[in-house]
Design a protein around this ligand. Structure first.
Ligand SMILES: Nc1ncnc2c1ncn2[C@@H]1O[C@H](COP(=O)(O)OP(=O)(O)O)[C@@H](O)[C@H]1O
Ligand SMILES: [Mg+2]
Length: 274
């Protein structure tokens, strides 16, 4: 791995948090010796057991927290403060409840001082691309879960960051809406040259979307394995199971992930509340 090839690089990163239990205070290791390079333009997914530090790593790329040891590099520089160059779509959509859909979509352009006419025309274009035309003046509480996620997505895409971090963005959606949004995301991304780092617990979603999948071990999280997704592009997310390379790849990924999940979690997953 060449030292300068990645738009995002983690170099031997450790992250410890202070855990307080009763009267004791001790360091708790969340990430351990993470070294990773994300090449520009790639779609990379992070998968791993819950609590293995996936969100923590995204937070470090966004400059919201710092490694305890090691460095995160972004575009050939160590991340010091908040990294405003990346787009970050967190698990919670964080829409402003007092602003309409279009006002939410425009908020980042407002901060960047883009003139109103330009803001409107860009917002209208993105709103139409994800099928939200007609809902511009609805407030977040008047939108469905899928519409809120679409709004959160285009609110970030509209300022055209080169790198977009997405933390389980489609997590709480029903299965049908998820696949539709996956399809929309791929169409927005393909040919854009943008780099996406996408956290998901859904292996099918990771396979359908990604060029590369990074599997984390159980806590303290480290990288267990990196896979090149063997499916050709463009992808049909609705028929990803039908690809002849899908079953063997899925099985391998699941086998490797299963080793990292505790028996208790596996039983929970089998009984449908994992
Ligand atoms: N700010 C924090 N303070 C203390 N512990 C934290 C903090 N953020 C995350 N953790 C802990 O670090 C571990 C990794 O968390 P996280 O990155 O959210 O995992 P994941 O996203 O993979 O589920 C978890 O045990 C979590 O409780
Ligand atoms: Mg997380």
């Amino acid at each position: 791995m060449a030292a300068t090839s990645g738009v995002i690089e983690a170099r031997n990163v450790f992250k410890a948090f202070v855990a307080r239990s009763h009267r004791q205070q001790r360091a708790f290791l969340a990430l351990h010796a993470v070294t990773l390079s994300v090449a520009p333009g790639r779609f990379v997914s992070f998968v791993g057991p819950s609590g293995c530090g996936k969100s923590t790593l995204l937070n470090m790329v966004a400059g919201l927290i710092r490694p305890t040891q090691g460095e995160i590099w972004y575009k050939s520089r160590p991340v010091g403060g908040i990294n405003t160059d990346v787009g970050y779509i967190t698990q919670d959509d964080n829409l402003l409840p007092w602003r309409t859909l279009v006002e939410n979509v425009e908020v980042a352009l407002e901060f960047r001082g883009v003139a109103q006419a330009e803001r409107h025309s860009r917002a209208e274009r993105y709103i139409a691309r994800v099928g939200l035309a007609g809902f511009e003046h609805h407030y977040p509480h008047e939108l469905s879960g899928g519409m809120r996620k679409r709004t959160a997505l285009i609110r970030t895409l509209i300022y055209e960051p080169d790198v977009i971090l997405m933390d389980e963005p489609f997590g709480p959606l029903d299965a049908q809406t998820r696949v539709i949004l996956q399809d929309e995301l791929l169409k927005l991304w393909e040919g854009s040259g943008k780099t996406i780092v996408f956290v998901t617990h859904d292996l099918v979603e990771a396979i359908a979307l990604s060029d590369e999948i990074v599997l984390f071990s159980r806590a303290p999280g480290t990288i267990k394995r990196v896979y090149e997704v063997p499916l050709a592009r463009p992808r049909d997310v609705f028929r990803v199971h039908a690809d002849p390379r899908f079953p063997a790849f899925y099985d391998q990924l699941w086998r490797d992930l299963k080793e990292e999940i505790s028996q208790m979690d596996l039983e929970g997953a089998v009984h449908g509340h994992g």
